[in-house]
Ligand binder design. Structure first.
Ligand code: HEM
Length: 387
């Protein structure tokens, strides 16, 4: 495996990580990333193979589980029930309970409501230059997931704040301040959810929280802690990635003067510049993938944004082609952890983009957009536009 050195906090890399991926991929399907001290899957086929391999998973092998400082315990207590951090049989149980509440019918039925929400937000756009992220890309997914769960919309700002603080725990440059903010947000979010779930227990409605409370798999229900974590996971995962896919997508379209939104165009947006670039797997049993051997306890990073730009999977992968046909992109992951929210995200993106360009045919950038200074979330700091 070739070694490469690249600081994940180098501003030029954070703004455009794709040339580094191309260099690393030219050296083989896997490379060793010095700064992370980890093997990385960089080709489309290697990313796909690692995500689907059942000898690997998200849950840390018990003998390697790190000691958690007491102060950070609340965050990890919540994570302990997260399907994203678990493997079968716990993962299967949690995921199937959620999937029962998250049916394709429930999702499709949201379309008129999402369309109306987009129109309402566009009605409020100012005539002077404004940030499309805060005016549109953020509220669309936050309000949709809040409504779906049944969480009051006037708490959207709190949810956004808590969620941002918690997600910061995954960044390369974690400071004691970031940790303290994440713990405070975890405590507030948990307390809010606990109260809210109790209200719904007493008076169920047709929202997702009531459905989750009622959902049962082989006689087993979600415990209160599992319910809280699942709602937090859905709220966090349910908007962060969609906000940035929408932001990155509008940037890409405006830079190329593309305004016609079709399903292949939405899929190309998801492939071309996804918000989540790195997800790791632990190796549970010695295994060989392609020419590379791994041992129990190894960690492998799957570079989703790199798999999407592999020339063996896509012709001219660094070109945005809204009519592209090709293999399924890696932006939603793969295998048993494949994104639960992919159908909802696709629906939101399609409606939000279509409505935006229908209503604002002259939308244009007023400054060159910059990506936020964090590798784990490849999303814009702001997206200044004018109508
Ligand atoms: C464009 C938007 C989105 C992107 C790019 C995205 C991406 C991902 C990725 C890459 C994973 C898998 C991580 C892994 O394999 O380690 C994942 C898992 C997950 N996503 Fe999404 N996601 C998006 C939107 C959503 C939405 C809208 C929801 C919920 C409403 C959601 C809920 C989840 C959940 C619950 C999981 C964990 C699944 C499991 O562990 O079985 N995501 N997402």
């Amino acid at each position: 495996m070739q070694r490469f050195s690249q600081s994940p906090t180098d501003p030029a890399f954070v703004q455009n990580p794709y040339p580094f991926y191309d260099r690393a991929r030219a050296g083989g399907e896997f490379f060793w990333w010095d700064e992370y001290d980890m093997a990385c899957a960089v080709s489309h086929s290697a990313v796909h193979a690692v995500l689907r391999n059942r000898k690997m998973g998200r849950e840390c092998p018990p003998e390697l589980a790190p000691d958690i400082p007491k102060a950070l315990q609340p965050f990890y207590d919540v994570e302990a029930h997260s399907m994203l951090e678990l493997e079968p049989p716990k993962h299967t149980r949690l995921r199937s309970l959620v999937l029962r509440a998250f049916t394709s019918r429930t999702i499709a039925a949201l379309a008129p409501d999402i369309t109306q929400l987009c129109h309402d937000l566009i009605d409020k756009f100012p005539s002077e230059p404004f940030d499309l992220l805060t005016a549109y890309a953020q509220p669309v997914p936050v309000v949709v997931i809040s409504r779906l769960l049944g969480v009051p919309e006037d708490r959207s700002d709190d949810l956004l704040r808590w969620s941002n603080a918690m997600v910061s725990m995954y960044q390369a440059r974690r400071t004691p301040e970031i940790e303290a903010a994440a713990i405070a947000a975890t405590n507030d979010f948990t307390a809010f959810m606990r109260g809210y779930i109790n209200e719904r227990r007493k008076s169920p409605t047709d929202d997702l929280i009531s459905t989750l409370i009622a959902a049962e798999e082989d006689g087993e229900k979600l415990s209160e802690d599992e319910l809280i974590t699942t709602c937090i996971l859905l709220l966090n995962a349910g908007h962060e990635a969609t906000v940035h896919t929408l932001g990155n997508g509008v940037k890409t379209l405006l830079e190329r003067n593309i305004r016609e939104i079709t399903d292949p165009c939405v899929e190309e947006i998801i492939r071309f510049d996804p918000p989540l670039h790195m997800f790791t797997r632990w190796v549970y049993e010695d295994v060989t993938i392609g020419e590379q051997s791994f041992k129990r306890g190894d960690q492998i990073a799957c570079l989703l944004g790199a798999g999407n730009r592999d020339p063996l999977a896509y012709d001219t992968p660094n070109t945005f082609d809204p009519t592209r046909k090709g293999p399924q992109n890696t932006s939603f992951g793969g295998g048993i952890h494949f994104c639960v929210g992919a159908p909802l995200a696709r629906l939101e993106l399609r409606i939000a983009l279509e409505t935006l360009f229908e209503r604002c045919p002259n939308l244009k950038l007023t400054e060159e957009p910059q990506y936020g200074d964090v590798f784990h979330f490849h999303g814009l700091e702001r997206l200044m536009v004018t109508m």
